[in-house]
Ligand binder design. Structure first.
Ligand SMILES: C[S@@+](CC[C@H](N)C(=O)[O-])C[C@H]1O[C@@H](n2cnc3c(N)ncnc32)[C@H](O)[C@@H]1O
Length: 229
């Protein structure tokens, strides 16, 4: 189970609202920028405080932002539709040009939850629509050692501990900004390209392409594979 502590509220997955509120955009979407055209409707799953939503709005997409934390959603910028819901339970009865599942949520340690995330994307995309999905780098998950990981905007990030069990890793991360510290404990599961492709194909996705860095972004198209034209 995930847990979090530190100043301010925490989402059920242990993420800190205050930490994400202070976190800047770090070019996270650059690898999939070409798939985010102005005017497209986009369902953003696990939007947090809207760190990425602001960028989607700047790029003139039309985001509908979903999170299970009301405290996170309260920080969203105006201009984005907001929906308080677990991703697994979301049923909006309309379809989008794009679905964004960022922040490595697909690496959830429970396979049933991963399947529910993929199902959610499939039932909210129109045929030919694209899912943009970010996973953990399996090499990083297999090799990261306790110590300073680096700087994320104003926050310094430390891996306090990691316990590996096959593809699973139980991690304890610590973020520091000035005198404030946040602790985030969670379990995650390493996923290969072929594992994610098999999951997505079982929900009707066809073409699946991988993008740098370290092929951590997948772009998957919903619907039958198109033949040569
Ligand atoms: C790591 S934060 C990232 C937020 C945002 N994507 C970003 O990059 O700044 C993950 C967010 O996903 C939300 N989340 C995690 N699991 C969820 C689920 N099953 N349903 C809805 N929201 C979820 C959490 O509440 C949290 O706000």
């Amino acid at each position: 189970m995930a847990s979090g502590s530190g100043p301010g509220a925490q989402a059920p997955d242990g993420c800190s609202v205050e930490l994400y509120r202070q976190s800047p955009y770090l070019d996270d979407l650059a690898p999939v920028r070409e798939f985010l055209p102005a005017g497209a409707s986009i369902l953003e799953l696990g939007c947090g405080t809207g760190r990425l939503t602001r960028v989607l709005l700047d790029w003139r997409l039309r985001p509908t932002a979903v999170d299970e934390s009301a405290a996170m959603l309260a920080e969203l910028p105006g201009g984005a539709e907001r929906v308080l819901s677990a991703i697994e339970a979301l049923a909006l009865d309309r379809r989008f040009d794009r679905v964004l599942l960022a922040s490595r949520l697909i690496n959830h340690a429970d396979a049933a939850v991963r399947a529910a995330f993929a199902a959610c994307a499939a039932r909210h995309l129109q045929p030919g629509g694209k899912l943009l999905l970010q996973r953990h780098d399996p090499v990083w998950l297999a090799t990261a050692q306790p110590g300073l990981l680096g700087q994320l905007g104003p926050a310094s990030l430390r891996l306090e501990s990691v316990a590996r069990n096959g593809p699973r890793a139980a991690m304890h991360l610590r973020y520091d900004i000035g005198a404030d510290s946040w602790h985030h404990r969670f379990e995650t599961e390493s996923l290969s390209e072929s594992q994610i492709e098999a999951l997505l194909r079982s929900f009707g996705f066809s073409t699946i392409d991988w993008h740098a860095p370290a092929r951590t972004w997948a772009v998957a198209t919903l619907g039958p594979q198109r033949g040569p034209s």
